[in-house]
Design a protein around this ligand. Sequence first.
Ligand code: HSE
Length: 313
Amino acid sequence: MSFTRAEAFAPATMANLGVGFDILGLALCEPGDIVRVVRREQPGVSIVGIEGDGGVLTRDSRKNTASVAANAFLQTIDAQDGVEMTVYKHLPLASGLGSSAASAVAAVVAVNALFGSPLTLAELLPACLEGEACVSGYHADNVAPSLFGGITLVMGVEAGQIHKLPVPPNLHLALVTPNVGVPTSEARAVLPKMIPLQAMVTQTAAVARLVSALYRGDIEEMAAAMELDTVVEPARAHLMPMLVEVRVAAKKAGALGMVISGAGPTLCAVCDSEGIAKAAAAAMKDVYSEEGMGSAARHTQVGIEGARVLNLA
Ligand code: HSE
């Protein structure tokens, strides 16, 4: 069965969870990107509109993450028809919330629905990764949680290498995104190429502690483990305005820990109630306001569901 138009949503994500660089990620309930596709007889993908990006993203369908991902899907199923695509950006760009991954995932999920869902969710992963790769490299710690939802352990780029981890029921997140862009490529360029053995041991222990805490539903322990990163945060800290001050403010408001979301500059506080997450988000935003810096703050939870089709006709 096939359709003439489809629309899909894919959530923002937080990669790394502090200590789990490139191997852990989680989906947020919101925000997320929406992609609408309309079937056409001509093969390939044309971008007919992008809204919410301030005109920054490329409309060139050979370079945009959403259209590259959709094209990869169409080639996988050997489609004769193509699509016209409109992307509705609800995520800030270069902010550490998996913006490119969300667009790629929403595009692929929408096109799959349009063509009668020939592929399973797991089979959509390679096309989503193609889209993500053209912007921020071939890694799945944003794409996987955006596609599958929940908290994911990403051991590689094959669907069989993605494991969903338990989500503590009372886990709430406070996020603040200052008005500065930090491109992932820049944030990766500052990372050390080699790390001392002792740093590897400390980091590995912290990841194990974090995963163990997730299985026990222990949010306090989870937050403590997330903050033990001695490799990536120290290297990136100078790219994140007011990192120390925001962490202090979040904890004063009751948050249990705070880490950089993905490659930043969004900062994410881990909380065990909605009330605390709301207070922490406000307190974190206040730090930037006091410095005369604009920011967007929100509180949300882990999105269990991941990407989904919104409309199909
Ligand atoms: N794990 C990646 C990083 C996520 O921190 O660079 C950003 O895409």
